[in-house]
Ligand binder design. Structure first.
Ligand code: NOJ
Length: 722
């Protein structure tokens, strides 16, 4: 449709019809769906009335439902404006790939793009038009259950992975039925919820916001994301959906965003609960003034916008502009010509869980697992005949994590299945041992577990946190291993020291006690559909672990916040990080550093960092510096290594972090092979946010290092000239 045709359509609409375009309802109000609802249920208005004017629908599961929704609506809408169908396709539609936090640990933007392309193919065939993805909140606190939805505590990783996801999902032409639009979220700083309690208040300086929180949203918009979702939280006193500074000053004026803004679930209505609007009608005024185009789920816009326009409290122009943005998105998706977009039951059947998609999911699960510790137990010997698989996750099917689609566990390859596929001759004993629920102290299964461990040549102990304990609204104050799992670990390892631990969890857990007794720990996160195959291949070395932590793992919950890119303070704790140093910035009862630092991850092979070479000693603003890191595989297995480049700006007008990741590349090396990894450093990477909130670089000396956080190696210096 031409712009003129869209304009004519808009001109012919009543105020109620316009407000309808800005209203999103649950699909469940119109058809029967088995969908996860992440907020209070219930619509205040009759479905029949809404269906005539509705603009968009939230959450359904397949092409049949997509077509049904569209048909129902088009038959009722006199303007025949197709619905926009939106779903949270976060880490897969039917074929589930690892949770975003795990994907961050792959340090591989290309792998993220492959996974996103796979999810997009399945989602498009299911009739999805918009996914509420990527989520790029900087999250540094494991108490916050939604930390699993983000790739990393580091905005650089979130920016690169988020942008990769947006580009592959949206493609070059949104009208192409194989592509769908992306909605980046949750703008802004939702991950900084006070004390890690979900939905909680965020107070953060503009400087910190611009430095550590805003860049990833911006990167996804620069990559072309068509929609953005303001966050639930209040930011410096104003909830995001009504925050004019965030939405008008930064998003529109500074970043030039012209796409669609959609509230989070009932966030407009919640302005009343926050206490910045006296009632729903005022809430609508505030959200409209801040530039929120679509109201998710509670129909506040539909109920109040027409009368607010009639009363002159919301300019009709503001309403028209918002509706136009929605119509333009529908037009770009080609919905006026083909309202079903990619919805096709045949394609869906062919693609969902097809071998090619399972292969991508399996590879992603392998490459995002992080080998935290290994005293030689792993990989398991190929000639082991008797293996005990013990623990609450030994036979678990729910290994997909929050935001896997309903019923995803039906398709999960469990550990016993994966192991039997790889090692059919093996004698496998599976014992649960104990539960993993919060507060579950039942240790009645320990004796049986001990017995199984004693009778086996090796043990794989599967521990973690149940799937439903991380995700939206799932905060904890103590992120240790729940239930009697530690007691189980002690009993099992005493019975058989040849034990490797596999961890399944959505948030970083405190592993301090486990680390003392476990000879090997492999962090699997929630690996998704191919969990069992990936785990088996990693256990026997058919796949070599190559994940690196995209978030540090704490020694105790009380360490939060503990960003890897901390500042020095005026009284840094002397190194090594043990013992008590009065009047230094430290704790009496625990070291400062995490148990496992950001960027850490072992392999079955070893890598030597041979040298770091800078092609210049000094650069000017317009120059670039070529940094070469030479890495050699000194072990006996092929392996992948995420080579990380860190910056330190030792003297600046504001305090700078002791280490800042500025680039990374993942390489593969055969045994004995050596490779030069080349990074280009420009002045842009030396910039920071000044006290006056400007993005600046300052001349002076900079340090570059490789290795990983808290364990930097091969440092060299260069100067940025005035
Ligand atoms: C609430 C969540 O905060 C958001 O991430 C999600 O996209 C919406 N619900 C829709 O399901």
């Amino acid at each position: 449709m031409t712009h003129e045709a869209l304009k004519a359509l808009l001109d012919g609409m009543t105020l109620e019809e316009k407000a309808g375009q800005l209203t999103q309802c649950n699909a469940g109000q119109f058809i029967s769906v088995d969908a996860e609802i992440t907020g209070p249920e219930g619509q205040p208005l009759p479905a029949e009335e809404l269906n005539r004017v509705l603009g968009s629908v939230l959450t359904f599961e397949n092409a049949g439902q997509a077509r049904q929704l569209q048909d129902l609506h088009l038959a009722a809408d006199r303007n025949r404006i197709p619905l926009l169908l939106m779903v949270d396709v976060i880490h897969g539609m039917k074929t589930t790939y690892p949770i975003p936090l795990a994907m961050g640990c792959s340090f591989d933007d290309g792998l993220m793009a492959e996974c996103a392309a796979m999810a997009c193919r399945e989602a498009a065939a299911a009739g999805v038009h918009v996914t509420f993805n990527p989520m790029v909140d900087t999250a540094r606190d494991a108490r916050w259950g939604r930390i699993l939805e983000t790739c990393s505590e580091e905005p650089l990783i979130n920016s690169r992975m988020g942008a990769a996801l947006v580009r592959t999902t949206q493609g070059d032409d949104l009208a192409d039925p194989e592509h769908i639009a992306c909605c980046v979220k949750h703008y802004a700083a939702y991950g900084a919820a006070e004390a890690g309690r979900d939905y909680n208040t965020v107070e953060i300086s503009e400087r910190a916001l611009r430095e550590s929180y805003l860049p990833a949203y911006r990167a996804c918009l620069d990559a072309g994301a068509r929609l953005i979702m303001p966050s639930f939280n209040s930011l410096n006193g104003i909830p995001s959906v009504a925050n004019k500074w965030l939405m008008n000053t930064v998003l529109h004026d500074e970043w030039g965003f012209r796409g669609v803004v959609i509230s989070d679930y009932d966030a407009v209505g919640e302005l009343v609960t926050h206490g910045v609007a006296a009632d729903m009608k005022e809430a609508v005024c505030l959200a409209m003034a801040a530039g929120c185009d679509i109201d998710m789920v509670k129909c506040a816009y539909y109920q109040y916008l027409p009368e607010l326009v009639r009363e002159g409290r919301v300019p009709e122009k503001a309403l028209d502009d918002a509706v136009m943005r929605v119509l333009e998105l529908k037009n770009e998706l080609g919905l006026f010509e083909n309202p079903y977009h990619g919805a096709d039951e045949e394609t869906e059947k062919r693609l969902n869980l097809c071998p090619a998609h399972r292969e991508i999911a399996r590879r992603a699960a392998e490459e995002s697992a992080v080998l935290l510790k290994n005293d030689g137990v792993l990989p398991l010997k190929k000639d082991i005949r008797k293996l005990a698989l013990i623990g609450p996750f030994a036979e678990e099917k729910r290994l997909n994590g929050f935001w896997s689609r309903p019923g995803a566990e039906k398709y999960t390859v469990t550990l016993p299945e994966g192991i039997r596929d790889l090692m059919p001759e093996l004698e496998l004993t599976v014992v649960r041992g104990c539960g993993a629920e919060l507060g579950d102290t039942d240790a009645g299964g320990l004796a049986e577990a001990e017995e199984a461990a004693r009778n086996a040549e090796a043990v794989v102990l599967c521990l973690g946190e149940p799937e439903h304990d991380s995700g939206e609204g799932r905060s904890r104050t103590d992120v240790t291993l729940p239930g009697a799992q530690l007691a189980l670990a002690e009993a099992v390892m005493k019975a058989n020291p040849n034990t490797a631990v596999l961890l399944f969890n959505g948030r970083p857990l405190v592993l301090t006690e486990l680390e003392k007794i476990a000879p090997a720990i492999l962090e699997m996160w929630y690996p998704g559909t191919e969990a069992g195959h990936a785990a088996a291949r990693l256990l026997w070395g058919n796949a070599n672990p190559c994940g690196k932590l995209s978030v540090g793992l704490p020694r105790s919950t009380g360490q939060y916040p503990m960003p890897y890119n901390r500042t020095n303070t005026g009284r840094p704790k002397p190194q090594p990080d043990s013992g008590v140093f009065p009047f230094s910035s430290s704790y009496l009862d625990t070291p400062n550093l995490p148990l496992y630092s950001f960027g850490h991850g072992l392999s079955y092979t070893t890598f030597e960092y041979v040298k770091l070479t800078l092609d210049k000693k000094a650069i000017r603003k317009e120059d670039s510096l070529t940094v070469t890191v030479t890495v050699r595989n000194t072990g006996s297995m092929p392996g992948k290594e995420a080579v990380q480049l860190y910056l330190r700006d030792p003297v600046a007008s504001v305090v700078r972090p002791v280490q800042q990741l500025i680039d990374y590349q993942k390489i593969r090396l055969e045994p004995g092979e050596k490779q030069d990894v080349v990074f280009t450093v420009t002045e842009k990477q030396l910039r920071f946010i000044s006290f006056d909130c400007e993005e600046v670089s300052e001349p002076g000396v900079f340090e570059l290092s490789t290795g990983h956080a808290d364990h930097l190696k091969l440092t060299d210096r260069f100067t940025l000239e005035a």
